[in-house]
Design a protein around this ligand. Structure first.
Ligand code: NAD
Length: 507
């Protein structure tokens, strides 16, 4: 149970950023320390990129845009394939870095953080195969064109996956990209940049700026040469990015926080539902936007649900994220630990009843940002613990009276990202799922589908990633109207097909 005290990777002092097809020294005077959350030791320093760095990167991306946008789709696809191959080759190194900078248990790092990222990258390539960049509607030719310079701003919790989920569709669409990863976990982004450099994209098509949100991120969000900003992060950052983008009426895509509910409709599903919900709450040490941090059960089943939750959470081994047997690693930072502990203490002060875990580090761990997986009962649906995103391994079990009550509680937060429904019959689960105001609902344990649109209702976001929707997020739509009897290149075709409203053509 003791976290290691030596740094897992040799300390790196990184001073450059990738701009315009070469490594360039940042104009920053300050450096940001990257800390291994399991040891609290510094493992790297990176530049605290400035607004001037962001400006250089946006200019490089803008200069490269016309050429990349005009590059035929098969040529773009070839470049993307080289990136996917690079990801696959470096999978072990990515997993090692993500364990070091995020503190993700090595099994989670390998399978989900990296394995899913490679799958997602390959999926972006598949999308190009069948996508109709042009289609006819009556006398119009509707053309999907790259949206321009895309600023991709990413969080620390699933850093490679959530970066790939934006950057690859953006490049596939023909956008040029400035990536700004989280300042807390920038090391995977340096490795990603190395392999993108090896993929030989034209200079300026992909750029990396490392720095804080309020400086480098905000500079990109407000930059006049950036056409579209895609942020995954907190609702707080999303509001700021949207406000900055509004000055130049940018396209803003937001993947934000969540406060998901897992709703059990009958006794038959209780055991599976509780196990899956506890798994979700503890996944990635409790740091997932998809978390179902509220388990809603019929009031008559509350005691049974609590007993099952306590039993399930007791199986979780907290400790050194480099041990194969570890289920829960540390939280990402001292600030995250203080925030989660603060939520637990606030819950207690508000009268919630602790049934597992609680404040303080787990026994035997005196170093590292570890918290105890925690289950609460007696939480009012309106209390802060049931309303705010905790982003740690903390579950509230909430009883409900009838299905109307369950719908009201499940929909009763400002978020709307991911929920789940458990019922003996899929049809019953589906009827309930249709009433939930979240962008994703899993029915009876239905697995994640990377081809389906991903994103949130309400303050969980704007727009969708993944699948065709993820590619469209980086495309503008143009309609070309031809005279019905035009003798031009489309004239006869349009004349022939005039009565039909829509026909797709691939480019
Ligand atoms: P964060 O908002 O602190 O940071 C996310 C990114 O935004 C970082 O790169 C940060 O530097 C940047 N940023 C912060 N403030 C900014 C500003 N004012 N202008 C421009 N950029 C800014 O979030 P985090 O702590 O890194 O990540 C955790 C949050 O992300 C949680 O709320 C979680 O739910 C959310 N999240 C959402 C999804 C999703 O798909 N919906 C996925 C993962 C995480």
């Amino acid at each position: 149970m003791t976290a290691r005290s030596r740094p897992p990777v040799p300390e790196q002092q990184l001073t450059d950023q990738w701009i315009g097809g070469r490594w360039q020294a940042s104009t920053a005077e300050a450096a940001i320390e990257v800390v291994d959350p399991s040891t609290e030791l510094r493992i790297a320093t990176v530049p605290a990129g400035t607004a001037a760095d962001a400006d250089r990167a946006a200019r490089a991306a803008a200069a490269a845009f016309d050429g990349w946008a005009a590059t035929p789709v098969p040529v773009r696809a070839k470049a993307l394939r080289r990136i996917v191959e690079g990801l696959t080759r470096r999978a072990d190194r990515f997993a090692e870095l993500i364990t070091a900078e995020v503190g993700a248990p090595v099994r989670v790092a390998r399978r989900t953080q990296v394995g899913l990222a490679i799958g997602m990258a390959a999926h972006s390539l598949d999308l190009l195969d069948g996508f109709a960049f042009e289609r006819r509607i009556g006398n119009s030719l509707v053309v999907h064109e790259p949206a321009g310079v895309a600023a991709c701003i990413t969080p620390w919790n699933m850093p490679l996956l959530l970066t790939v989920q934006k950057v690859l569709p953006a490049l596939a669409a023909g956008c040029t990209v400035v990536l700004k990863p989280s300042e807390i976990t920038p090391l995977h982004a340096y490795l990603l940049t190395e392999l993108i450099a090896e993929a030989d994209l034209p200079p300026g098509v992909f750029n990396l700026v490392v720095g804080t949100g309020p400086e480098a991120g905000a500079a990109l969000a407000g930059h006049p040469l950036v056409d579209t900003v895609s942020l995954t992060g907190s609702t707080r950052a999303g509001r700021d990015v949207a406000a900055r983008g509004a000055a130049t009426v940018k396209r803003v895509h937001l993947e934000l926080g969540g406060k998901g509910a897992s709703v059990v409709l009958d006794e038959e599903s209780l055991e599976d539902a509780v196990r899956a919900t506890v798994d979700q709450v503890c996944f990635n040490s409790g740091q997932s936007c998809l978390q179902w941090s509220r388990l809603l059960v019929p009031a008559r089943l509350e005691d049974e649900a609590l007993a099952l939750a306590v039993e399930a959470i007791a199986d979780y081994r907290v400790g050194d994220p480099r041990e194969e047997s570890t289920d829960l690693g540390p939280l990402v930072s001292a600030a995250a630990m203080a925030r989660v502990t603060g939520h637990i203490s606030r819950g207690l002060a508000d009268g919630a009843r602790l049934v597992a875990g609680g404040p303080g580090r787990p026994d035997g761990l005196d170093r590292g940002y570890f918290v105890r997986p925690t289950v609460f009962a007696g939480v009012s649906p309106d209390a802060a613990l049931a309303q705010e995103e905790v982003f740690g391994p903390v579950l509230c079990v909430l009883p409900y009276q009838d299905e109307e009550d369950a719908v009201r509680i499940a929909n009763g937060t400002k978020y709307g990202l991911h929920s789940s429904v458990w019922a003996g019959r899929d049809r019953r689960a589906e009827r309930f799922a249709r009433r939930l105001r979240t962008g994703l609902v899993d029915l009876n344990g239905g697995p994640f589908n990377p081809a389906a649109p991903f994103g949130g209702f309400k303050q969980s976001g704007l727009g969708r990633e993944c699948g065709t929707a993820g590619l469209e997020a980086f495309l503008e739509v143009k309609s070309l109207q031809f005279p019905q009897d035009s003798g031009g290149p489309l004239g006869p075709r349009l004349k022939d097909t005039a009565p039909r409203t829509e026909e797709r053509t691939s480019r």
